[in-house]
Design a protein around this ligand. Structure first.
Ligand code: DHB
Length: 388
C-alpha cells in the first residue's frame, strides 16, 4: 500500500490529523492496534478549551458539539467552608465546553467514514522503518497477513505505549509520578452543580464534573494501588458528599446509580524532540499530563493543528520550514500545559503534610481573591491560542 501520510493510532489525534490533511488534499491511511469499539468506548476527560472548539468548528466537526455540548463560563474552586466561582469569560474572554472525548471520537469516526478514509483496525506487530529516508514505511499484520504502507511521512498518534514513541533513537525525557491516583465514576444522575467544582479537602481532592444534563462524572483522590472494588457505591457517595461540602450553605449533592468505576494513575511525561527524520509525534505519544485541568485531549488537538499545515507545506510545496519548527513550537505549549497540570494537581491534592496544606490553602485564597491570580488560572484553563 502507498499513501502520503501513514498515521499510527486512530484516537482523536490520528483521526483529526487525517481530517485536516484531507481538507487540504493530502491523503492518509490510519492503522490502529485496537478495535473500533474499544477506541470509541475509552472514557476520557470532557472539557474542551476554546481553541479546541474553534478548530473543531473550523474543520466542520462542530455541529453536534454546538447542539449537545454545554458552554461553561468558568469553574468553582473550593475548600471546607468556602466556594468561589471563577468566570473565565469575564477574566480572559474565553469559555470552555463540556463535551466528552468519546463524543469527539464519534464525530471524527463518522466524518472520516463519510469521506471514505481508510482506517485499518486491530493490526498487530506494528513497526516503523526507514524514518531517516523520504520513503518511510509502517509494517503490521492484519488477519495474520503481513502488510506494509509506504509513505512520505509517518505520524505517531499511538499514545505512550505505542511503537512510535520508542522509534526515536535517543530522546530526552522528563517524568514525574504523583503519590496518588483518581477513582473516577460515571453516574446516571443530573449534576448537582451548574459548572465544575474542584474541591480541596484534608481527606483528598474531589471533582464534580458532568457529561450531560442526566450524567455526572465524579472523581476522588485515592492512594496509589487502590482497586476500584475497595470503593462501594455507598462509600463513594459518602466521600463525595464530605469532600464536596454537602450541606454547606444549603448546597446538596444528589446521588444515583453508578454505571462505571475505574482508577486512573497520575503522571507527567515529556519526550523531546517530537520528530525524527520523517516521523512526527503528536498527542500522548510525546507527552502525558495528569488529568487535573483536563489538558490531555486539548494538547493533542493543538499538536495536530500545528502539524497539519506543516505537513501540507512539506508535501505539497516542498517547503520544510513549518515541519522543521514543529517540535520546538509544539513543545512550548506542551511545557506550558505540563506546568499548569502539575500546578493544579499539586495545589489541590493532599498528602498529609501540614506545611504543604497551609501553602495550598494560601494559594487557593490568592487564586480566588486576586484578579491577577484568577486571570492566570483562567488563561491556562480556558486555553492559550493555538500558536502560543
Ligand atoms: C474532567 C476531567 C478532568 O481531569 C478535569 O480537570 C475536568 C473534567 C472530566 O472527565 O469531566
Amino acid at each position: 500500500m502507498r499513501t502520503q501520510v501513514a498515521i499510527v493510532g486512530a484516537g482523536p489525534a490520528g483521526l483529526l490529523l487525517a481530517h485536516l490533511l484531507a481538507a487540504e488534499g493530502v491523503e492518509s491511511v490510519v492503522v490502529e492496534s485496537r478495535s473500533e469499539e474499544y477506541v470509541a468506548g475509552r472514557i476520557r476527560a470532557g472539557i474542551l478549551e476554546q481553541s479546541t472548539v474553534d478548530l473543531l468548528r473550523y474543520a466542520g466537526l462542530g455541529d453536534r458539539l454546538d447542539r449537545e455540548g454545554d458552554r461553561h463560563r468558568g469553574i468553582h474552586l473550593q475548600w471546607p467552608g468556602e466556594r468561589h466561582h471563577l468566570d473565565f469569560v469575564d477574566l480572559v474572554g474565553r469559555a470552555v465546553h463540556v463535551y466528552g472525548q468519546t463524543e469527539v471520537q464519534k464525530d471524527l469516526v463518522a466524518a472520516r467514514r463519510a469521506a471514505g478514509q481508510q482506517v485499518v483496525y486491530e493490526v498487530g506487530d506494528t513497526a516503523l522503518h526507514d524514518l531517516k529516508t523520504d520513503h518511510p514505511s509502517v509494517t503490521f499484520t492484519q488477519d495474520g497477513e503481513e502488510q506494509r504502507i509506504t509513505a512520505d511521512v509517518v505520524v505517531g498518534c499511538d499514545g505512550s505505549f505505542g511503537p512510535s514513541r520508542s522509534a526515536l533513537p535517543s530522546p530526552s525525557t522528563w517524568a514525574r509520578t504523583y503519590p496518588y491516583s483518581w477513582l473516577g465514576v460515571l453516574a446516571d444522575v443530573a449534576p448537582s452543580t451548574d459548572e465544575l467544582i474542584y474541591a480541596w479537602h484534608p481527606d483528598g481532592f474531589a471533582l464534580h464534573s458532568m457529561r450531560s444534563a442526566t450524567v455526572s462524572r465524579l472523581y476522588l483522590q485515592v492512594p496509589n494501588g487502590t482497586a476500584p472494588e475497595e470503593w462501594s457505591d455507598d462509600r463513594i457517595w459518602a466521600a463525595l458528599r464530605d469532600r464536596l461540602g454537602h450541606g454547606q450553605d444549603g448546597w446538596a449533592m444528589t446521588d444515583g446509580p453508578i454505571t462505571e468505576k475505574s482508577v486512573l494513575p497520575m503522571r507527567s511525561f515529556v519526550q523531546s524532540p517530537m520528530r525524527h527524520g520523517r516521523l512526527f509525534l503528536a498527542g500522548d505519544a510525546a507527552h502525558i499530563v495528569p488529568p487535573t485541568g483536563a489538558k490531555g485531549l486539548n494538547l493533542a488537538v493543538a499538536d495536530v493543528a500545528l502539524l497539519a499545515p506543516a505537513l501540507v507545506d512539506l508535501l505539497r510545496k516542498d517547503d520544510t520550514r513549518l515541519a522543521d519548527a514543529y517540535s520546538d513550537t509544539a513543545l512550548r505549549r506542551v511545557w506550558r500545559c505540563t506546568h499548569f497540570s502539575w500546578w493544579m494537581t499539586t495545589m489541590l491534592h493532599t498528602g498529609g503534610d501540614p506545611f504543604d496544606e497551609q501553602l495550598q490553602l494560601s494559594q487557593l485564597r490568592w487564586v480566588t481573591s486576586s484578579e491577577a491570580g484568577a486571570t492566570g488560572l483562567a488563561e491556562n484553563y480556558a486555553g492559550l491560542p493555538i500558536g502560543f
